[in-house]
Design a protein around this ligand. Sequence first.
Ligand code: ADP
Ligand code: SF4
Length: 693
Amino acid sequence: MTTGKRDPRYDPLFEPLKIGPVTAPNRFYQVPHCSGMGYRRPQMMAAMRGMKAAGGWGVVCTEYCSIHPSSDDMPYPHASLWDESDVEKLRLMTDAVHEHGALAGVQLWYGGRSTVNLYTREPAFGVNSLPNTAKQGMPLQTKAMTVDDIKTLKGWYQAAAKRAVAANFDIVYVYANHEYLLHDFLSTSINSREDAYGGSVENRVRLIREIIEETRTTVGHRCAVAVRYSIPRDVNDDPDELIKMFGIIAELPDLWDITVNDYNWEMGSSRFVKEASNQVAVAKIKSMTSKPVVSVGRFTSPDTMLKQITSGVQDFIGAARPSIADPFIPQKINQGRLDDIRECIGCNVCYAHNSLGSPIRCTQNPTMGEEWRKGWHADRVPERHANESVLIIGAGPAGLEAACTLGQRGYDVTLAEAQTTLGGRVTEESQLPGFAEWARVRDWRLGQIAKMPNVMVYLDNRLDADAVLELEHQHVMVATGSTWRNDGVGRWLTTPFDGADSPTVYSVENVLKGSIPTSDSQNNHVIIYDDDHYYISAAIALKLRAEGIAVTLVTPEGRVGSWSYYTEEQYGSMAVLVEAGVNVVSNQGLISWNGSAATIQCVFSQVESTISADTLIPITAKLPNDQLWLDLQSRQDEFHSNNGLSMQLIGDGSTPGLIAAAVYSGHKAARELGLPDNEKNSGRRDTTIINFP
Ligand code: ADP
Ligand code: SF4
């Protein structure tokens, strides 16, 4: 319910708190997170972080910020503080954050084993000489650090800390987790040094202790010193004695930013990890220090946030993904607009794009990454350009987002949906095992639309071109989605396989709508052929296994769901497939189906083999549902003579893909309605390049 003012229950979330020499205005803390912007797109980065501060986050941090050219993560655009030009670039961000009264934090980073320095070609320092862990196992090892190298590294750290002060940061991080160099020093299995920096807990934590102390000297009373540190999820199973080492340095920094030692968990997809999942480990740490503690937990519920603070588990509500999905969470809580909070669905599409070296984007928040490029605000849209009406056909993510945004702009909107339910693919997919949170894409938009008297929704209304023309709206947006094809055409096969018309070939839609025969009626073994490589094949396999059906998953890739590597789901997904007893056959493409057996071919040797089964479900690509659009295109004259002004095809009906792309497409169409064509552009290019590509 929207009340316009804060429920006093949430007051503890808005109490200022000192972090050493600086004071955070409230308890909302955007922890460091990747943006795919960094040194390469500093204007975009500044505007994106500034938007978080505008939304009420009391602390806003950078992504990982390299301290020296020997820690270069090309092709990923991290931030950097190598020289004066970096100071200038990062000042754009600190200015944007300070403008809204928030504190700006910088996460000083040295990669070690995780970098191969493709741009600078400098050797990466390592605790020992070990193979790098990045770039698909590129044959390159780290340089084992001598004691002189350790001194050099500390010098680089302090030079970067000085630049951080010059760039006007308020919080300077010592980054000691995520398997980067400082973390390696802590590890018994990686740190095999026999000098004063290896062996005992005192020795393994020595470098971090020294860097914290030296950073404090460098930044003086101008900045707080924060440490990012991780401990095991199970605090009773701590082979590296991270908790003991924490005890040695517990009182040294001004703030602890705590995570768990398992990135698949910390950054877990909502399929496997739920809200507030790190908090046992965080509570342990909190009990060992008098310093403020921040931690993430994909917090989206104000009550869960409040509980963290009032129960004393942590002092700040750390957020990366929730602040990406909704940069205005703090302001919405403050204004009593709880039902306006756009909750993260935990799909990790944001992270995937950073991993692709591109600016992040978000399934829930189509404005993410577009704050500077397109000047899009995360909570406001321009008013309608004229008193005109819009008909949207199809209430999937594209249609719902368009309706929501156009409604917010003040247009008269009619949304027609063929089915008796709203949400399109999101409604279907969110019923798959583990995907319940994805329904938030539908539910947030429905919640917004319900408050808009200018948006009318009609269910069970399949429109054809005659109906669309009869309705005489000035603008028409066709959001009719797409349908999974079942003829095998995709990446590996570009023409249908022999036997694609067999009655024992089913599609994803058949499974989602529950219309494939179950095991009781002779469907004991299903082959899923996955040439899609994201989540749907694994999800369908698990659904069928839960129904007692034997599943063989065949893929031309080396692992199932190869693209879900980017969303940090692949390991979790493989683990549950193995656990569920799904038989995985990799590196095999589909050749044909004879009604009871598939012929498959090794992608390397071309050797063929067969697998018998009752049913084949090929999952390879989608067909846009664009017939209505094509019909309307052929009747454009009629449309225009009835005062029709514009027609657009949006979402999967145009270009099937990620839900994030459909939402973005609906948003862009709605936000730009009424703009002259020359202002509907693909965004400015951030060319603020000073001395690094
Ligand atoms: P997107 O991801 O692009 O939003 P979806 O496939 O999720 O696409 O949703 C498309 C929606 O459009 C579905 O709910 C579907 O029932 C609806 N739809 C398709 N054709 C029509 C039509 N002719 N009239 C009304 N609704 C339609
Ligand atoms: Fe959350 Fe997905 Fe948006 Fe990332 S992309 S913030 S995981 S909704």
